[in-house]
Design a protein around this ligand. Sequence first.
Ligand SMILES: [Cu+2]
Length: 245
Amino acid sequence: MSDSTMTGTKRTASAIIAVALGIAVVGSLGLTLHKISADPHGKLYATKESGTINVAGKDYPKATIKLGVYADNAQPKDVGVIEAKVNKQDWVHFGPSTHLVLPANTYITMTIRAYDGGERLNTAYFAKVVGTVGGTMNVDGKDVTSIPDDKVEHTFTLHGIPSQGQDSLFVNIPLMKVEEGDNGFLPTQDPGTGMKGHTVTFSFLTKGKGEYVFNCEYPCGDGTYAKFGAAMSTYGYMSGKVTVA
Ligand SMILES: [Cu+2]
């Protein structure tokens, strides 16, 4: 049937159907996007500490937060950590949550216990410590400013999204890999992880309120997109949100 033979009623009806279909498509897309961006594990709040610390002549309140990096869903239990919610996919992940909430204008001390193996970074830059107080991080009791770029398991890289009208915040922490032998991971020298990983501690200053993200810059996903697929491109594994509130 050509347009000219279509009656006014029929034309109206097909227009309504087209609009309804459009709403259905956009609506389900919106729901999918909302589901993807929802927090899979809820928020992880930094713990405020008493007292202040003086950095460059200014006093800051203090807060701490702890994260882990695990090779798969079985590893937390293996190393003595109980995860409240197990991930859908059996992938490498940060835990117990990938939505961190930090107080504004505060001296944050973060501890990451990292239990995975690794290889060489694509970009050696991410083997350097960036954005911490003093420019260092502490790895298993030793202060360092970088690690060899072929000893990296993952990175904790915190940054803003361009074009947002908020204070900039950039922190890069390379996480030392656990060496592997023929029968799996070899013991480390770190009693803090029961000799199963590395304990990395660092401090940085938050500025004003804002929404930031963190991700890993070591391509640890599956084969798609040069190892940037799967865990690297799915929210809640190797990336997450950081709300400064
Ligand atoms: Cu990673």
